[in-house]
Design a protein around this ligand. Structure first.
Ligand code: ARG
Length: 279
């Protein structure tokens, strides 16, 4: 194949060290179904889930990031999806409030972790919001999903608490019930997303605000390729999203594919297991 001399050079990437909070899937199981990925009739290998999760945790440490752990609570199998536990911007902690009864106690458990770890600016939410499942932070904005889980009114609540412009985006495909299953922040104000997961008006908003965004195919979205974590250079994503990995490498990212098959049975992957603490 002739080399393509007209392609723009991939930008130089810069890594920013991150601080993550994770929860070991000690008590992980699928005993209820609150999203289309969950099937309580399908067996889950909890030991394998722990192994796969450990690899993710170790990878973050190898990449130079700080990983704190919150104690898993028996009877809260979805607590492993730490991204839902809160949203932290400028050291300010917006607590989560879950739509489904089964997950409701997680909100207090996460907020208590932040209290015990010295975060004094904490907000107990008035409206349902499922943390970083539906709030994703870019340099300029907080992108906020609604349609399945978070209450749209929580967007205004987040804007007041963080003092950052919140952009409301409507999710329309039940498989992509959280924003972090349909959109990833790659760096600064650079994002990737699966357009079909959004209502047409929200697609238009995304196109206007992020004209250079990477658009992700149905095939890569369906293997949870967008449930990824980027530190500015390294993009950690489900290994099955191979087409997406290639697109990312062409943009100058280093991609690291992970197998989180067991956690996928709960409807989550890399990003769901990772709550970012922004100071
Ligand atoms: N079983 C969990 C739920 O449906 C999965 C949460 C996935 N987390 C995420 N950040 N998308 O609530």
């Amino acid at each position: 194949m002739p080399s393509d001399t007209t392609a723009p050079a991939a930008p130089t990437r810069v890594q920013r060290r991150r601080h993550y909070l994770m929860c070991r899937p000690t008590h992980f199981e699928v005993v209820y179904a609150i999203n289309p990925w969950m099937d309580p009739a399908k067996p889950v290998d909890t030991d394998l889930a722990v192994l796969q999760w450990e690899r993710l945790r170790e990878l973050y440490v190898e990449l130079g990031h700080t990983v704190d752990l919150i104690e898993p609570v028996r009877g809260l199998p979805d607590m492993v999806y730490a991204a839902n536990g809160a949203t932290v911007v400028d050291g300010r902690v917006l607590g989560a409030s879950f739509r489904n009864e089964e997950r409701r106690p997680e909100g207090a458990a996460y907020l208590e972790w932040f209290r015990a770890n010295g975060f004094t600016a904490r907000h107990d939410p008035q409206y349902v919001n499922e943390g970083e499942g539906d709030f994703l932070v870019t340099d300029r904005f907080v992108l906020a999903g609604y349609g399945f889980r978070s209450d749209e009114r929580s967007h205004q609540e987040a804007q007041s608490f963080f003092g950052r412009p919140v952009i409301s985006l409507e999710l329309v495909d039940p498989r992509y019930y959280h924003l972090d299953t349909a959109l990833t922040v790659l760096d600064g104000d650079e994002i990737m997303y699966h357009p079909e997961a959004f209502a047409p008006s929200s697609r238009q908003v995304l196109r206007t605000l992020f004209p250079d965004a990477l658009e992700v195919s149905a095939a890569d979205a369906a293997v949870f390729g967008l449930n990824a974590v980027s530190d500015g250079i390294n993009v950690v994503l489900p290994e099955a999203a191979s087409g997406l990995a290639e697109q990312l490498r062409a943009r100058g990212f280093n991609t690291i594919g992970m197998d989180l098959s067991e956690l996928l049975k709960g409807g989550g992957s890399v990003k769901c297991c990772t709550l970012e603490i922004r100071r």
